[in-house]
Design a protein. Structure first.
Length: 366
């Protein structure tokens, strides 16, 4: 619905900010902090997908809450680059506000008979505890802040995953088409971020043949990631969810949790693409090269896990392609950036060709 699309625009900015945070600190510590922030941003977005699935899209009260959440999310996004510095408390308080608004909407859905209060009360405890740790951590020094924020995210994620899993079964009915569409849309948003990264990397450079070739190859990587997700698998997954014996648990596992791996993979790979396009004739450093190859590998493994959980099919091709990306990282230390990107694009193209030829029967039926 239009209000949810408007809501997504704020998260587009938040994802862009996370990409910048990672790009400017391509160390293991920087990667960990960036992925922690991404996990928090993703969880807030995903939580609202669930609650809006249980409410009337034309309800004015829900729209007002979403608008309030948009303002808070914008503050979260603005503070992302300095979330582990001067704006840690702003990030934590604004983020906690978003999560508490989510709980408020779920309480309203329960009052209307669209969600189970018992289930909501179960994970509300972990949300409140996690947000308290997030705010306390923002007041401490770097190391203590990081560990408390890791604990906050782990507790918040653990609420529906473990502490209240039995209750989660009955939290609400899932409007499958709307639900699958919303997660597919977020994948598109993240792929759009990779296109922006390519454009930023190419900006202010002379359009030489080398640059044009690098942009084309980088675009093929993005197309390959899109193909892996949307060429029949997305439709087959939606169909399977609609007939699943336990659609809520399947949706939570396959979409809320496993899709984080896909999102993280796209965002990490975008950093490598941006660097490669910026200097196509130079060898990529270890950090950008690992971001490119490792990000694509993470995406492919996440997608294989998604398919396994929802469709019951072990996609060996995607696992093999992820291993091939790791090989690309190992053998291209001195290779020009365009060649590294081209090899990753080649892996994705070969994967698409093989899967097109050997598509399982359930994909053909979708």
């Amino acid at each position: 619905m239009p209000v949810e699309l408007l809501w997504d625009l704020v998260f587009v900015f938040a994802v862009t900010q996370v990409t910048l945070l990672l790009y400017h600190d391509l160390t293991w510590g920087g990667l960990g902090r960036g992925l922690l922030v991404l996990a928090l941003v993703w969880w807030a977005w995903s939580a609202f997908v669930w609650v809006t699935n249980a409410l009337d899209p034309d309800d004015k009260a829900m729209r007002m809450v979403l608008f309030a959440g948009m303002i808070l999310t914008l503050l979260v996004a603005l503070s992302v680059p300095t979330a582990f510095g001067d704006d840690a408390t702003l990030f934590a308080v604004a983020y906690a506000g978003v999560r508490l608004l989510h709980l408020g909407l779920y309480a309203d859905a329960s009052r209307r008979g669209n969600a189970s209060w018992e289930s909501i009360a179960g994970f509300a405890v972990t949300v409140v505890l996690g947000m308290a740790l997030l705010i306390v951590g923002s007041l401490l020094d770097d190391t203590a802040q990081t560990w408390l924020w890791v604990a906050a995210a782990a507790i918040d994620y653990a609420g529906p995953a473990w502490l209240t899993r039995e209750r989660l079964r009955g939290i609400q009915r899932v409007a499958v088409a709307h639900f699958a569409e919303r997660y597919g849309l977020f994948i598109i948003i993240c792929l759009g971020e990779s296109i922006i990264a390519i454009g930023v990397g190419a900006a202010d450079q002379e359009l030489t043949g080398g640059l044009i070739g690098a942009v084309a190859l980088a675009s093929l990587v993005t197309i390959g990631l899109w193909w892996a997700y949307f060429d029949r698998v997305a439709a087959a997954a939606e169909h399977r969810l609609s007939t699943h014996d336990e659609p809520v648990l399947a949706a939570a596992d396959a979409y809320s949790y496993l899709h984080l791996l896909l999102v993280a993979g796209i965002i990490i790979a975008a950093i490598g693409l941006k660097t490669a396009v910026g200097h196509p004739a130079d060898a990529l450093g270890d950090g950008p090269r690992l971001a490119l190859a490792g990000g694509v590998a993470l995406y492919l493994l996440g997608h294989a896990a998604f398919v396994l959980r929802l469709l019951g099919e072990l996609q060996v091709g995607k696992i093999a392609a992820a291993v091939a990306c790791a090989v690309v990282f190992l053998v291209t230390g001195d290779a020009p950036a365009w060649l590294t990107v081209g090899l990753v694009a080649g892996v994705l193209a070969l994967l698409a060709a093989v899967e097109q030829r050997l598509a399982p029967a359930y994909l053909g039926a979708a």
